[in-house]
Every structure is written in C-alpha cells, then in structure tokens.
Design a binder for this molecule. Structure first.
Ligand code: ZN
Length: 254
C-alpha cells in the first residue's frame, strides 16, 4: 500500500530539491532564501512558473535559459533528482513513524545543501550546519532525554578527533567546518554508528583522492573538500548501519 505513495514522495522531493538549489544560490550571493522571486543567475531575468517546474523545466528547455539561452548548471537537475530519490529511500525506512520521517527529510535537506556548497566552495556554511545541530538536539530533547548521552559522547569524540586533525595540520587537511559537521554526525548517528560513518568517509575519500591523483586532476597538495565524504558516510550508515556493524562484528567472531 505504501508503495503507492512513493511517486508522490519523489515529486515532493523534486520540489524541495528545487528549493534547495535556490537556497544554495542565495547563500552564494548572500541573499535571503525566503524573499524575492527566482531569477536566471546569468541574465537576471525573473523566472515564470513554466521555468520553475523541477526537472521538467530543465528537460523541456534542453538545459538552457528561456530568456538568454545560456546553459543552466547541471547542479539544478542533479540536486532535484538526488533529493527526490533520497526522500523515497528515507520515507521507505521510516514509513512506520511519521515523526521520524519528517525529521530525516529535514536533516537530508541540510546535508544536501552542505554537500553541494562544500563541493563547490570548500566551505560548510554556519547558517546551515548550526540549525541542523539544533534540530538534532531538539529531536533528542523532545523524544528521549535519557538517550541523549550516547549521541552527545559520539559528537564530542568525533569533533575532538577532527579538531586534532585541524590543529596538527594547521587547517590544511581539514577545516573547522569539518569539526562542526563531525559534531553533527555524532549527535545524529550516535555510538558506534559514528565510527562506521567516519571509517566510510575516509575510505571513500582515499579512493576518490587516489583516483583524482591518478588521473592528474589533483596533486597530493590540492585541497579536496571532505564534507561530501562525511555526508555520504552519514547516509550509508543511516540506511545500512545495523547491517554494516553486524557484518563487521561477524568478521571477528567467525
Ligand atoms: Zn538567462
């Protein structure tokens, strides 16, 4: 029965993804996300409703602005599709608990914005990470206060680990944004899931890093934003956390 809902959740995700694109753009040009009409970032022509339908406008305009014909960034449809698919996955895993579903979808929005912004600008905006941390705190405070101790310890351990890396490397390997994101992850995932998420982030980071160096896109000294890897680790653990931990423990027990 719930499967019938998924196309609607996907469309809802597309729409939210379109909003997240405008949040990212407005962070870039330092405008408020909630006021004013949307406009083309190239020619500044204000956009009509026909230009603002998520995904479908991009396809029907063949990826070009209706007014100036300049190409529209691939970021727009990619963020929309990713948000749509993530919403379906998150809804699937939380279909039994509406509160949890809303919480997860909200957190996903923050993480998508951080992912794209850090990838493009090597910055994790305070305006996004602080509200995300507050929402997770509020979730624990409203839900189950005794349960707060575990995620709080996970958050402090994860963020001190990253703070150590920042101090040792004098900010060359990681930035303070990663420390805040690690704090968020610990609070959101708890212990021991945070360990798995961090392990996965370093694992993916190493693979991509080696790949980039092999194809000489980057050198060992280049900056590569780490936030996107932390976020991928977070989602993988959210979806497969229990299974991953059981599998890992079984390796030692067998
Ligand atoms: Zn234009």
């Amino acid at each position: 029965m719930s499967f019938l809902l998924y196309p609607f959740i996907f469309l809802f995700g597309l729409t939210i993804g379109s909003f997240l694109n405008s949040v990212i753009y407005r962070l870039e040009v330092k405008e408020s996300a909630f006021k004013g009409r949307s406009y083309c970032p190239r020619c500044h022509h204000s956009l009509g409703w026909k230009d603002l339908i998520p995904l479908f406008s991009f396809l029907s305009l063949k990826g070009r602005c209706h007014y100036c014909q300049k190409p529209i960034s691939w970021q727009y449809p990619l963020v929309e599709i990713t948000t749509g698919l993530l919403f379906v996955f998150l809804a699937h895993y939380s279909i039994y608990d509406l509160g949890l579903m809303i919480y997860w979808l909200a957190i996903a929005c923050f993480l998508i914005v951080i992912f794209v912004y850090d990838l493009k600008h090597y910055i994790i905006p305070d305006k996004i990470i602080y509200p995300a941390i507050i929402i997770v705190f509020a979730y624990w405070l409203l839900g189950n206060l005794e349960m707060l101790l575990n995620p709080l310890i996970a958050a402090l351990l994860a963020s001190s680990f990253f703070l150590t890396i920042v101090l040792v490397s004098k900010g060359k390997w990681m930035g303070l944004g990663d420390v805040k994101l690690a704090f968020f992850m610990g609070l959101f995932l708890g212990w021991p899931n945070i360990l798995v998420a961090l392990f996965l982030a370093f694992f993916f980071g190493a693979i991509i890093g080696i790949g980039l160096i092999a194809f000489s896109k980057k050198t060992l000294k280049s900056e590569v934003p780490f936030g996107p890897f932390l976020i991928i680790g977070t989602f993988v653990v959210l979806f497969f956390g229990e299974n991953l931990i059981n599998w890992y423990l079984n390796l030692f027990l067998l």
